[in-house]
Design a protein around this ligand. Structure first.
Ligand code: CTP
Length: 406
């Protein structure tokens, strides 16, 4: 999926060691379908050459406001007018201060000042030493730049080139890319709290064994990402999966169905949307052994007794918050056959306004899927697509159904 297809960025580099990451960011933007025009300050040229950025972007790099290649000699006007966004990465402490004061004595800050504010967003990826980042002047500048309409993409934390450890590193290119893609998604759930369960559960038999299933968690993680892209605050209650947490999402890791219930119920008390994608084990061993169960040599397998697990979705769907319409619940149904009939019956049984059906064996672990939406009005097929595309589609369907109640 090319999430930035058709988008044109001016990628501005100011002076900082994080310039080496800008090379990879430039490639990542292009791989995602964007075109990139690089503009560098004189300080940035101390860290990386225009030759590198030219080769990666496939365009001449601009470094001076006196660039005579432009027929009207106004690169600050021409370059900013054709951009969908100006992205300054790295944005140094000095460059922030320059932006704040509306300085215009070199091309990059001149271009930021000359951009049409309502049409060309300004995205800043700060990069600096932790003391510079924490300094009241930087924090003050950042607050003012936000008030002036810039979007600050945040910083990473960890080991810094100067040898110190703390906040202020530029985000890694994949993190920046995720935030930039999110920036352009419609804010359909702005201000809403979204709660998602995802992945399998693990029901222990003894300390080394248990019962689980083949759910990969990919759909739930994609829904959490899509909800955050849509402007929601997102909590993701995840069973045992090794997927990376989507940017900006709060993750609670659990193992068993009981733990998933205990993590989910209090979160549902303040959520506006609950999407249950988890493949919760229906049963757990009644008595999980504290010690590894040994073969006794008799040839007889141990007899396991099972207890039914709580139904997390049905429990939340019965809560006062859901019943009063303040919490919109969405269930998933992983079926092996008769999808329409089974999904319709499951929607009624779980008591949810929207149920999403899919064929379990065809989706577990896959990167794409096809869905069936079932609500009180009937059914609707959502054709095969990547799980992230389906997740964005589902978020739009949820937002549309919530709107009348809001
Ligand atoms: N679910 C849940 N807690 C459970 C079982 C299921 O929250 N203990 C949720 C799932 O996250 C999903 C929906 O209920 O959103 C349906 O899950 P599924 O496993 O397909 O259905 P079951 O309730 O297990 O029904 P059946 O065994 O009849 O298919």
């Amino acid at each position: 999926m090319n999430d930035l297809a058709g988008k044109h960025f001016v990628l501005g580099l100011s002076g900082g060691i994080a310039c080496y990451k800008a090379a990879e960011l430039c490639r990542a933007l292009i791989k995602e379908g964007a075109t990139v025009q690089v503009v560098m300050t004189e300080a940035a040229e101390q860290f990386i050459t225009p030759v590198t950025m030219q080769a990666l972007s496939g365009r001449n790099v601009y470094t001076s406001q006196w660039d005579s290649r432009e027929p009207n000699n106004m690169p600050h006007i021409n370059l900013s007018r054709e951009a969908d966004a100006i992205l300054v990465a790295p944005c140094s402490a000095d460059f922030m201060a320059r932006l704040l004061h509306g300085r215009a004595d070199e091309l990059l800050s001149l271009m930021c000042l000359a951009r049409p504010v309502d049409q060309v967003p300004l995205l800043l990826a700060p990069a600096m030493n932790r003391e510079m980042w924490a300094h009241p002047a930087t924090q003050r500048n950042m607050a003012q730049l936000t008030a002036d309409g810039a979007a600050i993409l945040g910083v990473g934390s960890g080991f810094q080139a100067c040898g110190e450890t703390g906040d202020g590193r530029m985000l890694e290119p994949p993190e920046l890319l995720e935030d930039i893609v999110a920036f352009f998604q419609p804010k359909l759930l702005a201000g809403k709290q979204v709660l998602v369960t995802a992945g399998p559960t693990f029901e222990a038999i003894d300390p080394v064994r248990g019962i689980t299933n083949l759910s990969s968690g990919k759909m739930g993680f994609a829904i959490a990402r899509a909800a955050r892209e849509a402007g929601a605050s997102v909590t993701l209650v995840a069973g045992p999966v090794s997927l990376p947490t989507p940017r900006g999402v709060t993750r609670i890791d659990v193992k068993s169905a009981q733990q998933m219930l205990e993590a989910t119920v209090p979160e549902a008390e303040r959520a506006d949307v609950f999407v249950a994608t988890a493949a919760v084990a229906d049963w757990r061993p009644s008595n999980s052994s504290d010690h590894k169960i040994k073969k006794d040599g008799s040839g007889n397998a141990p007899q396991l007794a099972f207890t039914e697990n709580p139904d997390i979705l049905a429990t939340v769907a019965k809560s006062a918050r859901a019943a009063s319409g303040r919490l919109f619940c969405v269930g998933f149904a992983a079926e092996s056959h008769d999808l329409v009939a089974n999904a319709q019956a499951k929607r009624a049984r779980k008591g949810v306004p929207l149920l999403v059906g899919n064929i379990g064996p065809a989706t577990f672990g896959a990167d794409d899927n096809a869905l069936l939406l079932v609500d009180a009005q009937g059914t609707q097929d959502v054709p095969r697509a990547s799980k992230l595309a389906l997740a964005r589609n589902l978020i739009a369907e949820i937002a549309r159904r919530m709107r009348p109640a809001a």
